[in-house]
Structure formats: structure tokens, C-alpha cells
Design a protein around this ligand. Sequence first.
Ligand SMILES: Nc1ncnc2c1ncn2[C@@H]1O[C@H](COP(=O)(O)OP(=O)(O)O)[C@@H](O)[C@H]1O
Ligand SMILES: O=C(O)[C@@H](O)C(=O)COP(=O)(O)O
Length: 425
Amino acid sequence: MTLSLGCIADDYTGASDLANTLAKEGLRTIQTIGIPTDDLALPEVDAIVVSLKIRSIAASEAVERARASDRWLRERGADHVMYKICSTFDSTDKGNIGPVLDSLRADAGETTVLVTPAFPQTGRTVYQGNLFVGAAPLNESPLKDHPLNPMHDANLVRVLARQSAAAVGLVDLAIVARGAEAIVERLARLASDGNGAAITDAVFESDLEAIGAAALRQRLSIGASGLGLGLARGLIAAGTVRRHQRTAVYGKPVAGPAAVLAGSCSQATLKQIANAEQTMPVLRLDPEKLMNRRDEAQLALDWAAERMARTPVIIASSSNPDDVSRLQTRYGRDAVGQVIERSLAAIAEGLVERGVRRLIVAGGETSGAVVDRLAIPAFQLGQEIVAGVPVLHSIGSRHGDMVLALKSGNFGGESFFADALAIMA
Ligand SMILES: Nc1ncnc2c1ncn2[C@@H]1O[C@H](COP(=O)(O)OP(=O)(O)O)[C@@H](O)[C@H]1O
Ligand SMILES: O=C(O)[C@@H](O)C(=O)COP(=O)(O)O
């Protein structure tokens, strides 16, 4: 297999979002969980998205895993590697976007790396280096209350400069609007001024096409699904890849009960849970008890077992920002995140042992914990449910065929869970 595009995603929902975009644009794409083992049979593809869970771990470890994935992808022919970050630039002043960028840039021998989290389909746009979520600047959006990486600054030139060892410049919209050559010239100028990265404005798909064409002149780029769209269109326009009709895998219907697990505390997910509560049973886990009682997961499984032969069930730890911050003050941010992720992963395993084969997970870190516990090695792309969230068909799962949807906390409308379950039926 010779890859035309290699991708490394810093979380699993982000990986499925990017893989969905690449597949929609005509690239044969699969999502792997980490670097696949040699014995995993993979179909012939144009692009692989290696999913890592490195958004909120120690920067040194994130760097090590990203570099290993980069080497693996390049050994399989990928000339260009895209590092997929969140469209809301989820990170802290310690990283991990900056440290990973610095190390992948050095490995690729690049001077100034193009960076853009724009994803207009989901309302993420960048202007003068400032990230907007819909109409709100990032720091006024619900991301200001994220449990692990609250975002308090919309100016990404500043945000990235705090994380990266190198200086950070800007390719503004006026330059992007002039097309790929103008972007390349601006990057060269930024390089000669000593910048290691360039936040790049983008508002419309045409901006992303110019950005994709410019990025392909280099060996590395960093961004969200919008950049993936630009790279895919650039590869096809250049004749490097033949556009394949999107062949969403429909597969054999997967029988058995369906369940939803939610660990995201985003406003979108909170609304989706409230909406679903009108039509299906929802168990709201008590986060305080999860922190203290070992049998909480077992109680949740008993609750689910009584219901799931008749109806899909939802089990959620999600709380509003005030409750999240109270719990974190008491137990510490990292401890809370890890304990709750572990509990939801244990519940996922118990549900699958009891026959669940269709599973929706809300939350990136939560999805990582669940998929790791289920030890699913890779996914083929199925139908798109909403922008950024595809149906995923397991490859090589020890539980037999499974169908999953890994939903970014922030994605999807209020009826997402019912809509997704209908498509996954
Ligand atoms: N009630 C809660 N209080 C505090 N933290 C929580 C609660 N429920 C879940 N969490 C943690 O919040 C984090 C949510 O992150 P994630 O799953 O990535 O969601 P999102 O996609 O919205 O970013 C996880 O680490 C999860 O364990
Ligand atoms: O780019 C995005 O917004 C998503 O693909 C993404 O990375 C999701 O992260 P979570 O919100 O943590 O699920």
C-alpha cells in the first residue's frame, strides 16, 4: 500500500471526523486506533488516519506517540502528513499542539508549518488569527467551560506562541483570498523572519482549497477537518489521487441492543441528553459516587440490563459547568477526568459483554477510553450522521462486527442520539 496522505489525530472523535471528510471528498480512507499491528488486514486506501489519545496527556508522551505515528505513515509512502487537532484548538499553555508541532516540524525538515483549525461546515472560522465558534469568539463560546482544556483566548497566534518553542506568524484572509501562490510566498516570508508556524485564516471552502494546495508543497500541516478537505481536493486536483465515489460501508445489519454513553459536558451534549430523555431511558450517573464507589458501574449495568432488550439506553456522567468545577475543586481536574473515563469504559465493556453491538459515545476523551477498553483496532467509514460524525464499522474487533458513532462533544443537533440510532439500525 502506498499512501497519498497520512494523518495523525490527537483524539478518536477528531479522527473519525477527519476520516469522514476525506472519504466524502473521494479519498479511500480508514481510521486506525494507534499504529496497527502488522497482522491487521487493511484494505487498499489513499489515506490512513491514525487515532491517538494525546490531547490531554503529558506533552513529552504526546510527542513520542505522534513521532512514531509519523514515521509509520511516512514508511508507507505518505509524503504529506497532517496532524489533526480540534476545530476549537483544544489545548493548554503546556500543549500539546505546540510541542507536537515543534517535533514533527523538525522531523519533516520544514521551516514554517501552516496551521488552521477552520471547519466552516460546523461554524469554525478563523479571521486575523482569531477563532470563532459560530458567531462567538472562542473565549466566549461554550469552550470556555471545557472540563480539561478551557479556552480563554481566541487569538491563536498568541495561544500557539505560548505552547511552541518557535515564533508564530499569521497568513491573513487577504492573502488566502489571493490563492495558493500568495500563501506559499507569505509562508516563505514568515520563514525568513524566523517563524516556525503560521496560523492561517479561513472562512469559506474556497479558502480551504487554496490552503490545501499550498500546504501540499510542504511535508506537514496542522489543522481540523477543513484542512483535510483542502488537502483532499488538492491531491485530486493535482492528479495524485483519483476521486473515488464515496463508498460508505453499510455492511450487514448488526443485531443486538444499542446504547449511548456520554462523558462530554459540552452544551451541545447536555441538550442532546435532555432531548433524548423524552423518548428513551436515561441514567444520569452521580459523578461524586463515581469518584468514591467501586460498584457504581455495576449498578449502571444492572439498570441497563433491565431495559435494553426493549429500547436503546443512555448512560451519562455529563454535568453542567458549575457542577464540573465543584467536583474538580474537590478531587483535581485530571483525577476526575480519568476516573470518570475509566468508569464509562468499564460500563462500555459490560454492555458489550451483555450483547450491545451498536454503541454511540459522546466525547473525545471518553471515546478514546471506551474504544481502547474494547480493543477495536480500526474502523471503516460508514454513512455520515451529521457534519463531523460518521457511522464507524469495526475492523478486526474481538467482539465480532460492531457499529459505533464517536461524537465530538460539540457536534450534532438536539435530536442527534435518535437520529444516529435510526441510521445505525
Ligand atoms: N460530571 C463530570 N464532572 C467532571 N468531569 C467530567 C464529568 N463527566 C465527564 N467528565 C470528564 O470530562 C471530560 C470530557 O471530555 P471529552 O470526553 O473529550 O468531551 P468533549 O468531546 O466534550 O471534549 C472527560 O475527561 C470526562 O471524563
Ligand atoms: O475538530 C473537531 O472539532 C472534532 O473533530 C474534534 O476534534 C472533537 O474533539 P472533542 O470535542 O473532544 O470530541
